[in-house]
Design a protein around this ligand. Structure first.
Ligand SMILES: *[C@@H]1O[C@H](CO)[C@@H](O)[C@H](O)[C@H]1NC(C)=O
Ligand SMILES: *[C@@H]1O[C@H](CO)[C@@H](O)[C@H](O)[C@H]1NC(C)=O
Length: 500
C-alpha cells in the first residue's frame, strides 16, 4: 500500500515504553465510549458474547469513520457479482492500525488488499475477510489521502459479520497492543484468549532479539507470523515456541510500483537544498546529474549518519551527483537542514575544494500516489540502516527497478542478493544504547564499504541497470500480491481444515 517512511503520524512499535496519555487521548475517547456501550450491554444482560462483540467493535470503527468521512448510502454488498451461495461462514478478521498510516498500517493494507483480490477471483472461497482498527492512533490526513475505492472497501470489509468461534483473528501490531494491552488501545484479541477459533499475532522487530515480555506475549498466541527467516531465527532464539512461528512474507504492489507507468518527478523543485550547490542540470554532453535517493524516518537506526559520511567523503561538488532524502520526523522537529549542517560541522570532514556534494531534503508530506514518480526520478536507492523489519521503501525501490544499496542484515536479507542489489557488508554488531531496543544488538554498516559501493554504482551503468531489472523480477516472482495471498490463504485453509 504505502511506504512506512512517508506517512504521517508514525509511531514506531515500541516494545518497552508506554505511550503518554496525551498521545492517546484522541483514541481513548473512542475506546472509552465503546467500553461504555459494552458495559451497558453487559449490565442490562442484553447481549450474548457474539452480540456485544459486534456492538463494541462496530461502534468504535463507525465513530471513527463517521468523523473522518460522511457516510455514503449503503450499497448492496453483493452487487459486485459475489456468489451469494458460496458465501463462506468462516472468517479471517484482520485487526491492525488501518487508519493510522504507520508501518504496520501500510503492511496491513497490503495484506488485506492482496487477500481481498484473491478471494474475489476465487470460485468458492473458504473464508471471508473482515477488518478492524486496532493498535495505534488514527490519522485523518492518512485516511483522506487514501483513494476513494480503498475507503469504500474499508467500510465494506468492516461490515463483514464474523462469529468468533468460526473466526481466525490476526492481530497485526506490536505485541504491546495485544491483550492485555500495555497502552490504551482496543486490544487484540478484544476480550482475551479463548473466544476465537485461532488467534495469530503478526509482528516483527528490527534488532537481534525479542524482549522477554514480548516473547511471552507471542507464546500466548496460537501462531506468530513473521515476514522473514531472520525473524524466525531471532524469535525462536528468544524463546518463542518454534512450533508457533510461521514465515509469511509481505506483499509489494508490483503493479502500482511499476517503472513503466510513470514519468519522473522533478525532484529539484520538490527538495530543499540544504548543503552544497545546485549542480547545473545538464553538462555539455547532455548528461544529467546522478541522483541517489534515500527514504526514511529521521532516526538513528536508519543510519543517516553513515549515509552522510560516506556520501560527503566520497563525492564533492564537481562529481555531478546529488543526494535526495525523503524523510519525516521521528520524535523530532522537521528542521532536517539544520540537523545535517550540524552533523557536518561536528564531524571531522573538511569542505572539499570543489565544495560539498549537494544534499536535498524532501520534508513535506508526499501523497502515496506521487511516490513512484519520486523513485522514478532517481538513479539509485541507498539505505545503510542498522536494522529493518521488512524495509518497505527497499522493496518499493526494487519493484521500480532501482539499483539499491542496503545493509546486508536483518529483514532485508530475505530478498537482497548480489544479483538484484548491492548488499552492504556489516562492519560489526553493536549494542543499542537507547530507545525500545536498548541492550539488544544491531548492525553497524561500514562507511568505507558504502563509499566503495556508491562510487562503483555511479561508474557501472550497465551492471546497475541489470541489477535493477533483476530486482523487479525477484519482487514479482516472490512478493507480488497474488503470490503472497496464495500463501496466506493456504495457511488459513490449513488451519480451518485442521491440517495444521
Ligand atoms: C456459487 O457457489 C456454489 C457453491 O460453491 C457453486 O455450486 C455454484 O456453481 C457457484 N455459482 C457461480 C455462478 O459461480
Ligand atoms: C549477506 O549476508 C548473507 C548472510 O545473511 C551472506 O551469506 C552473504 O554472503 C552476504 N552478502 C554480502 C555481499 O556480504
Amino acid at each position: 500500500m504505502s511506504s512506512d517512511e512517508t506517512q504521517p503520524h508514525i509511531r514506531h512499535p515500541n516494545p518497552n515504553q508506554v505511550p503518554s496519555r496525551t498521545s492517546k487521548s484522541r483514541l481513548s475517547f473512542f475506546f472509552f465510549s465503546s467500553i461504555l456501550v459494552l458495559l451497558l450491554a453487559v449490565s442490562l444482560g442484553l447481549a450474548s458474547r457474539t452480540h456485544f462483540f459486534k456492538a463494541h467493535l462496530l461502534t468504535r470503527f463507525q465513530q471513527i469513520l463517521r468523523r473522518l468521512l460522511p457516510l455514503k448510502p449503503r450499497q448492496n454488498p453483493h452487487s459486485d457479482g459475489t456468489n451469494l451461495s458460496a458465501d463462506p461462514s468462516h472468517c479471517v478478521l484482520w485487526m491492525a492500525p488501518f487508519l493510522s498510516g504507520g508501518g504496520y498500517s501500510s503492511e496491513a493494507w497490503s495484506y488485506v488488499l492482496s487477500i481481498h483480490n484473491h478471494l474475489r477471483i476465487k470460485k468458492s472461497p473458504k473464508f471471508k475477510l473482515g477488518i478492524e482498527q486496532h493498535g495505534d492512533l488514527e490519522s485523518i490526513e492518512f485516511w483522506e489521502g487514501l483513494p476513494v475505492e480503498i475507503r469504500n472497501l474499508a467500510l465494506e470489509l468492516h461490515r463483514t459479520q464474523c462469529a468468533p468461534d468460526r473466526t481466525i483473528l490476526v492481530c497485526h501490531s506490536e505485541p504491546g497492543a495485544w491483550y492485555p494491552p500495555l497502552f490504551q488501545t482496543l486490544p487484540c484479541p478484544p476480550y482475551g484468549y479463548g473466544h476465537y477459533r485461532y488467534v495469530i499475532g503478526r509482528t516483527m522487530f528490527e534488532s537481534d532479539r525479542v524482549g522477554l515480555e514480548h516473547a511471552r506475549r507471542c507464546n500466548r498466541m496460537d501462531y506468530v507470523w513473521v515476514p522473514t527467516d531472520f525473524h524466525v531465527r531471532t524469535f525462536v532464539s528468544s524463546g518463542v515456541d518454534p512450533a508457533k512461528v510461521v514465515k509469511i512474507m509481505q506483499p509489494i504492489d508490483v503493479e502500482f510500483f511499476d517503472p513503466e507507468k510513470y514519468w519522473p518527478m522533478d525532484l529539484s523543485s520538490l527538495g530543499d537544498l540544504v548543503l552544497g550547490e545546485r549542480s547545473k542540470a545538464q553538462d555539455l554532453n547532455g548528461r544529467m546529474e546522478f541522483v541517489f535517493l534515500s527514504v526514511f524516518k529521521w532516526e538513528f537506526r536508519k543510519g543517516w549518519d553513515v549515509l552522510l559520511s560516506a556520501y560527503l567523503r566520497e563525492f564533492d561538488g564537481a562529481d555531478g551527483v546529488s543526494l535526495y532524502l525523503l524523510t519525516n520526523p521521528y520524535h523530532s522537529d522537521r528542521n532536517f537542514g539544520n540537523k545535517i549542517v550540524e552533523f557536518v560541522d561536528n564531524s571531522n570532514m573538511e569542505k572539499p575544494r570543489n565544495g560539498w556534494a549537494p544534499i536535498y531534503v524532501i520534508g513535506t508530506h508526499v501523497p502515496q500516489s506521487d511516490l513512484p514518480r519520486i523513485y522514478k526520478a532517481a538513479d539509485a536507492f541507498v539505505l545503510p540502516s542498522r536494522g529493518e523489519g521488512w524495509g518497505r521503501p527497499l522493496v518499493e525501490a526494487m519493484s521500480m527497478s532501482l539499483p539499491l544499496i542496503a545493509t546486508n542484515w536483518s529483514g532485508p536479507t530475505e530478498y537482497l542478493t548480489e544479483e538484484n542489489s548491492y548488499p552492504l557488508p556489516v562492519e560489526r554488531m553493536v549494542e543499542v544504547v537507547e530507545g525500545p531496543f536498548k541492550g539488544h544488538l544491531w548492525a553497524e554498516p561500514s562507511v568505507d564499504e558504502l563509499r566503495r559501493l556508491m562510487k562503483h554504482l555511479v561508474s557501472s551503468p550497465e551492471e546497475r541497470k541489470n541489477r535493477g531489472r533483476q530486482a523487479r523480477r525477484d519482487m514479482i516472482r516472490r512478493f507480488s500480491p497474488g503470490i503472497v495471498a496464495e500463501i496466506v490463504s493456504e495457511e488459513i485453509e490449513k488451519l480451518l481444515e485442521g491440517r495444521e
